[in-house]
Design a binder for this molecule. Structure first.
Ligand code: SF4
Ligand code: SF4
Length: 318
């Protein structure tokens, strides 16, 4: 199968307001950027960790590539709408500095739309013109980009904090990172191997074992770590006792159970009935707390997410 990206996909991503950077990276406006500038409603990561929503760039160095094909994923996957490409091989390897420069320019372009908006908070808009945080999380598996450590370093050199979200299937890339992110997320979206294969549909061998290897690595990181559990009703929203075992093995700084949202290309694979209510996430979090040494610290109803930790309160990074 070709690693070259189909033209229809590039066109589609443009329509969906992805700003492509170089050959494999992208920036997209997070909906919370709009919410904070217009309605003074920042995202839950501002509430939990102090990251300023209006100064955050949502980006990825791997817009088209991933080792998995999660049912709940909002990105286009090979096979969707008849488009096919090799998802596990990056089409090229752009310079980290160029990617960071491109991200900042793209963020300026997407912010320009708020300049004349009378509803936009003027002070926040002014601050937004100096972005300070990169969420390396938009789509795809960032550890497929071989120069990820340098990319993180390039952001840090410019005074950014970084949140890296990985699916944990390439432990060797995470263990070799030349620069740790400010906070590392590992998506752990199944309580056992059977549900993992049903939910995450890995495209590489031994993905469950590889994820478990990554979980065992987490205590070796100096930065705060997060086990992110995206929960889908009727699919992986079950067996908190097995999730609890994974939590106790990885000892992440935080656990974030969060509801699946029926958006993007996931609508081709799941229905609205798969979207859990916040109450279901709260109940799951309470069960997880009973199974582990973690306790519920905070929550965001609008994002349907709960924060658990063994800390008394989360570390503020912003
Ligand atoms: S941290 Fe995530 S949710 Fe918050 S503004 Fe950035 S990309 Fe959006
Ligand atoms: S690991 Fe992330 S990017 Fe990859 S398919 Fe799953 S949700 Fe999508």
């Amino acid at each position: 199968m070709q690693s070259q990206i189909p033209k229809e996909l590039l066109q589609l991503m443009k329509t969906q307001k992805y700003h492509m950077i170089g050959q494999h990276s992208a920036v997209k406006r997070c909906r919370w950027l709009y919410n904070t500038l217009i309605h003074n409603q920042p995202c839950y990561k501002q509430k939990f960790y102090g990251i300023k929503t209006h100064q955050c760039i949502q980006m990825t160095p791997t817009a088209f590539n991933c080792t998995m094909r999660c049912l709940f994923c909002w990105r286009a996957q090979s096979g969707d709408r008849g488009m096919k490409w090799k998802e596990t091989a990056l089409p090229a390897c752009d310079e980290p500095e160029d990617i960071v420069e491109g991200c900042i320019k793209a963020q300026m372009r997407l912010l320009s739309g708020y300049k004349a908006n009378v509803k936009a908070d003027k002070e926040k808009y002014r601050e937004a013109l100096t972005p300070r945080h990169a969420a390396i999380s938009l789509a795809g598996e960032p550890t497929l980009y071989p120069r990820l450590g340098e990319l993180i370093k390039s952001f840090h050199k410019r005074g950014f904090t970084t949140f890296l979200v990985s699916n944990g299937t390439i432990p060797e890339a995470l263990s070799k990172l030349s620069e740790e992110p400010s906070q590392l997320y590992i998506s752990t979206c199944a309580p056992n191997k059977k549900i993992f294969y049903e939910t995450c549909r890995p495209q590489i061998p031994n993905a469950w074992e590889r994820l478990n290897e990554t979980l065992a690595l987490l205590p070796s990181f100096k930065c705060p770590t997060v086990m992110r559990i995206t929960l889908v009703r009727h699919l992986n929203l079950k067996h908190p006792e097995f999730y609890g075992k994974l939590v106790e093995k990885a000892h992440p700084t935080y656990v974030e159970p969060k509801a699946y949202m029926h958006v993007g290309f996931s609508r081709l694979r799941l229905t609205y009935a798969n979207t859990p209510l916040h109450k279901e996430i709260q109940d799951f979090a309470v069960s997880l707390a009973e199974e582990t040494s973690y306790k519920v610290l905070d929550e965001s109803r609008s994002s349907r997410v709960v924060l658990l930790s063994r800390l008394e309160k989360p570390i503020k990074l912003g």
